[in-house]
Design a protein around this ligand. Structure first.
Ligand code: HEC
Ligand code: HEC
Length: 429
């Protein structure tokens, strides 16, 4: 982790974040009180567009949302294997579970599998349809199972797309400035940017979406999810997933529609592009007011901000509302060695123990925390605590470990009242 960047971040946060959250001038000793759900201050709420869209942009947002929330059918390209019929089937949690907000996280998990070969090398078992399993099929003959040969089976929780356009607009240079892959400054925290080839942009970029920061761009993520979650081929991902590798032999036995199933229109625009616009224009989760900055100060004091960077800035964007804007994401968008918390799946350059620091904004409305949702208490305080400390399910599953072990230890050493201040702060962001 680069020391200068932290100092800069804190100064900026003290000014921008502090002022906007009312951290300054609060009554002394009042403690943090998160007012929930209170979006206050004219902020957009979960699932709303970013303020400032033109009427045409708003129409594009709504068209994309409609597609995002429409269930595909075998006749429109669903399958042969898939996880759910529509993006909105998984991305739907907002402030209130009874009023779903399209684009959010959710409680649905997908399954990855693999095995070790040779000297402990990860094998994604592509010949068996790995590493992502599709749990449903349009034809029972094409069902995909986790092969008995698999040695690792890992679950992944749906991540939210709120504020995704802001994350996308953060420049590679800004993310790289925080990276310290060899831990040159010796603070025990490395931080590796996951550079990936982006098939939509046709260039290398720093990945930032997904639990392994495996995707850099929303058009690409939408095309990838169309194929891998729904079985809809497109111009970026044109080959159907062959369930279980070679069995059954003929994919056409199970799939009715010619590829690409999401074909571009006369202007070269595919449905996945329209869905990407919806996500790009989705507002960040709303913040709730806090009475003072104690919890935030403690969060920094115990080193949470070494990875959960409070604010980054977007770079150049063709959209004024995404251009050079502060992003209060609470993430460095880097991969960290999380030791025993890692999911053992190797994906691109992300090792089995390496996970992306997830943005913490909107934490209070996420029903499951950590990559496999192991922290799942109905009580939000207990849920956040479980993400830091680990949980007993009755199996003992670790929380922050590896490079985050020191920060977890500092958290454990805080008196209960201080821990509560940190929790109240986390529920406000
Ligand atoms: C079966 C449930 C499911 C469906 C259907 C689904 N997703 Fe996801 N989505 C996930 C999961 C799980 C992740 C985390 C994936 C990972 O990191 O491996 C995710 C992650 C994402 C992210 C990354 C957000 C971030 O910052 O990490 C985007 C963007 C996204 N999905 C878009 C879409 C779009 C667009 C569709 C429809 C074409 C879609 N998803 C369909 C489950 C789903
Ligand atoms: C070394 C970097 C690092 C440090 C330090 C760190 N975290 Fe994390 N944090 C992560 C990573 C990486 C994950 C995702 C791990 C996973 O799910 O496998 C995570 C996940 C979380 C989550 C769950 C988010 C979600 O979307 O499920 C919470 C809450 C959280 N951290 C809070 C904290 C707090 C509070 C501190 C300080 C005590 C802290 N973190 C310190 C890297 C870090």
């Amino acid at each position: 982790m680069c020391g200068t960047r932290i100092v800069i971040a804190i100064v900026v946060v003290a000014v921008t974040f502090g002022a906007s959250q009312g951290l300054a001038g609060a009554p002394a000793g009042s403690g943090n009180v998160a007012v929930s759900p209170g979006t206050g201050g004219g902020q957009p709420t979960y699932g709303d567009p970013i303020p400032g869209l033109s009427p045409d942009q708003l129409a594009a947002f709504e068209e994309g949302r409609e597609l995002f929330n429409t269930d595909a059918t075998p006749e429109t390209g669903l399958g042969p294997v898939f996880n759910k019929e529509g993006c909105g089937s998984c991305h739907n949690a907002g402030d209130d579970p009874l009023v779903p907000a399209i684009g959010g996280a959710g409680a649905i998990m997908v399954t990855r599998f693999g095995r070790f070969v040779g000297k402990g090398e990860f094998d994604p078992m592509e010949e068996f349809g790995g590493s992502l399993r599709q749990m449903a099929t349009i034809d029972i003959d094409c069902e995909e199972i986790v092969p008995p040969e698999a040695e690792i089976v890992a679950f992944r929780v749906t991540t939210p797309a709120f504020g995704a356009g802001l994350l996308e607009a953060i420049s590679d240079e800004t993310i790289l400035a925080g990276a310290d892959p060899g831990d040159a400054d010796g603070d025990g925290i490395s931080g590796k940017a996951h550079v990936v080839f982006d098939p939509w942009l046709e260039t290398e970029r720093v990945g930032r979406f997904g639990w392994k920061a495996q995707v850099a761009n929303l058009d690409t993520f939408s095309a990838d999810a169309s194929l891998n979650e729904m079985g809809i081929t497109n111009i970026l991902f044109g080959q159907e997933n062959d369930p279980n590798g070679v069995f059954p032999p003929e994919l056409s036995d199970c799939d009715l529609v010619d590829d690409p199933e999401d074909a571009p229109d006369g202007d070269g625009v595919s449905s996945f592009n329209k869905m990407a616009v919806f996500q790009r224009f989705l507002a960040a989760p709303p913040r709730t007011p806090l009475l003072d900055g104690r919890g935030f100060g403690l969060f920094r004091q115990i080193g949470c901000d070494d990875c959960h960077t409070p604010v980054m800035f977007t770079g150049d964007s063709e959209f004024e509302f995404l251009d050079h804007k502060p992003v209060f994401l609470f993430s460095d968008l880097l991969l960290h060695d999380m030791g025993a918390l890692g999911d053992e799946i190797v994906q691109g350059d992300a090792e089995g123990t390496e996970m992306r620091t997830p943005p913490l904004w909107g934490l209070r409305v996420r029903p499951l925390l950590l990559h496999d949702g192991r922290s799942a208490s109905d009580d939000v305080d207990a849920r956040i605590r479980g993400a830091i400390e680990g949980v007993t399910t009755p199996k003992v599953l670790p929380g922050h470990a590896g490079e985050a072990a020191a920060s977890r230890a500092a958290w454990m050493a805080l008196p209960p009242a201080d821990q509560q201040d940190v929790l109240d702060f986390l529920k406000s962001i």
